[in-house]
Write a protein of this length. Structure first.
Length: 477
């Protein structure tokens, strides 16, 4: 209910907020939870000056500033401020110490320092439980599960996530747990179950009002739509993520992940030209995947798509060393699969593929292999012929051979929508006007009006809102 709280604080005279540090602190927390970061930063800057010499209050201010840094994606400042806060806060202040330890654990997780993340979260869990901070306790549990996921132990991660989901259901707006459960089901190729979790995650992220959660949900939606063969739906989901990117204050790390997803979607669709146009915007260590977001595998995927195998071999060797050193098992499996494609000989390819299969089989990895697609088929077939986990290889081959699941022919349509009409429909759903759509597609305004008229006729609707609703019913978006 922090948005309501922000509205209450905004009714207070400025001099009251300035004169009473605790009110200012509470106001800043409400602003941060409502993603109003600039205003929170101003208030905290003033409090930092006015509380000098008062250790307990200085610790509270540093706690809030650390949370702000985490929200803005500044991991290094987040870590510095967290340690400062822990040095200043009294030992019996479990509420603030629990928050600091939690955010420190989250910050370390975002940069892949799993051991330090685990130690901080294991301190945060009892502190938040004892102080009655249910949200903090559940977030600590969630990120402990995420550590297992990053290490490649999917079944242990699932157990943590399912426990959190059972405790927050109907009690807290907690989108991340549903998005993480979706990611596991997606990896296991349980797409129907994945879609159910994603629907919960999308709804919960909208309720939260947090744009970073909403962007994460739409990015995952794009991957699912592509797996289902719904290219228009994937484009629409990405467009919604980009709209939030342009209209909200979000961490820089999230911007890098959106660009990475754009490049990956282009590669998965065989659009190398678009992928190369976007490539200069890629950040070195960013990745759109939720459980190896700090690795940056997409540059190697681009090198392979261009046929530059020697370049890919060098890149992937470095990435594999990094993943092994930091215990990033999920990322290491993905890297080994790509190394199998890039290797200079069949023997070396099978060595890498065999390593990936041995790591992936106990945890049920499927889509990390299947998303590589047809180029992996000959290697998988040869692996099966040589007796390398043939049953598991068969599961992966079956998924690849089915390819993206063909979107079912919608019932109730007078006539199927053309590819251009689907493109126009996606832009309508994103909220663009006819003139904006014409500019984006480099078409005349009259042509766009004709396409929209045809869309209305085929969907049997009378306006844009009905068209979008009907398209979603038919899974066209």
């Amino acid at each position: 209910e922090y948005i309501t709280l922000v509205n209450w604080y905004q009714q207070l005279p400025t001099e009251i907020i300035s004169a009473q540090p605790q009110i200012g602190l509470n106001y800043s927390w409400s602003l941060m939870l409502a993603s109003q970061f600039e205003q929170a930063e101003l208030i905290l800057g003033g409090l930092e000056k006015s509380t000098q010499g008062e250790r307990a209050l200085m610790g509270e201010v540093a706690t809030a500033q650390a949370f702000l840094a985490q929200s803005l994606g500044d991991a290094q400042r987040m870590v510095e401020l967290s340690h400062k806060a822990l040095a200043l806060l009294p030992e019996d202040n479990l509420n603030s110490r629990g928050i600091v330890a939690l955010n420190l654990g989250i910050a370390y997780w975002h940069i892949g320092r799993l051991g330090e993340s685990q130690r901080a979260l294991e301190q945060a869990l009892p502190a938040n439980r004892q102080s009655g901070n249910t949200y903090g306790e559940m977030m600590a549990r969630l990120f402990l599960g995420r550590i297992w996921a990053v290490r490649g132990h999917l079944r242990q991660a699932a157990a943590w996530f399912e426990e959190v989901a059972s405790q927050v259901e109907k009690k807290l707006v907690f989108p991340l747990v549903y998005l993480d459960l979706y990611t596991l089901q997606y990896e296991w190729n349980n797409l129907e179950s994945a879609a159910r979790y994603l629907a919960k995650g999308l709804e919960s992220s909208r309720q939260s009002g947090n744009p970073e959660f909403q962007i994460a949900a739409h990015m995952l939606q794009a991957r699912l739509k592509l797996a289902q063969g719904n290219l228009a739906g994937a484009d629409n989901a990405l467009e919604q993520a980009r709209h939030l990117e342009h209209t909200s204050a979000i961490p820089l790390r999230t911007l890098g992940r959106i660009t990475d997803l754009q490049v990956q979607l282009a590669l998965w669709r065989g659009d190398l030209e678009t992928a190369l146009q976007l490539a200069p915007q890629l950040e070195r260590d960013a990745d759109c995947h939720p459980f190896y977001r700090f690795l940056g595998l997409t540059r190697s995927r681009l090198s392979l798509a261009q046929g530059r195998k020697l370049e890919a071999v060098e890149q992937l060797a470095s990435v594999a060393q990094t993943a092994q050193r930091h215990d990033w098992g999920y990322a290491l499996i993905a890297t080994r699969v790509l190394q199998a494609l890039a290797a200079e000989s069949i023997a070396k390819s099978l060595e890498f593929l065999g390593a990936a299969l041995r790591m992936g089989q106990p945890e049920g990895f499927i889509r990390t292999f299947a998303e590589v697609g047809e180029p992996l088929i000959p290697l998988l077939q040869e692996a099966a012929r040589r007796g390398m986990q043939p049953e598991y290889v068969g599961q992966i081959l079956s998924t690849i051979h089915r390819g993206p699941l063909a979107a079912p022919a919608p019932t109730g349509l007078v006539e199927p929508l053309s590819e251009r009409e689907l493109e126009v429909l996606c832009l309508v759903a994103a909220g663009l006007s006819n003139r904006e759509i014409a500019g984006k597609l480099i078409l005349s305004l009259g042509t766009i009006k004709t396409h929209i008229h045809n869309i209305y006729g085929k969907l049997d609707v009378r306006n844009r809102a009905q068209a979008v609703d009907r398209a979603r019913e038919l899974d066209l978006l």
